[in-house]
Ligand binder design. Structure first.
Ligand code: FES
Length: 106
């Protein structure tokens, strides 16, 4: 399945990923530098912040309480589409997902 990162410089990274992988894990595996993921996915850092393309918003469950709380700590502006990518686990229906990497993570 395809996962696309829109980078702050306007370029795109399009990667093949497997269901069951988190968007953060895919970013790290494919060298997307804009995803820092300092805490390794344990909801302690907010440096895996992404903006989800609105076309996919309806396919995602809303953030759980602890993710929502950590979303108040993002370095870049928080938007309605903000998510922590370590909490976004890819499923088949998310094939083609597009997320934008914010300008800053720390
Ligand atoms: S990697 Fe730290 S909160 Fe997602």
């Amino acid at each position: 399945m395809k996962l696309t990162f829109r980078r702050p410089d306007g370029s795109h990274g399009v990667h093949d990923t497997d269901p069951g992988t988190s968007v953060m894990e895919a970013a790290v595996a494919h060298g997307e530098d804009g995803i820092v993921a300092e805490c390794g996915g344990s909801l302690m850092c907010a440096t895996c912040h992404v903006y989800v393309d609105p076309a996919f918003s309806d396919l995602l469950a809303p953030p759980a309480e602890d993710e929502a709380e950590m979303l108040t700590c993002t370095a870049a502006e928080r938007r309605p589409t903000s998510r922590l990518s370590c909490q976004l686990v890819l499923t088949d229906d998310l094939d083609g997902l597009v997320v934008e990497i914010p300008e800053e993570q720390v």
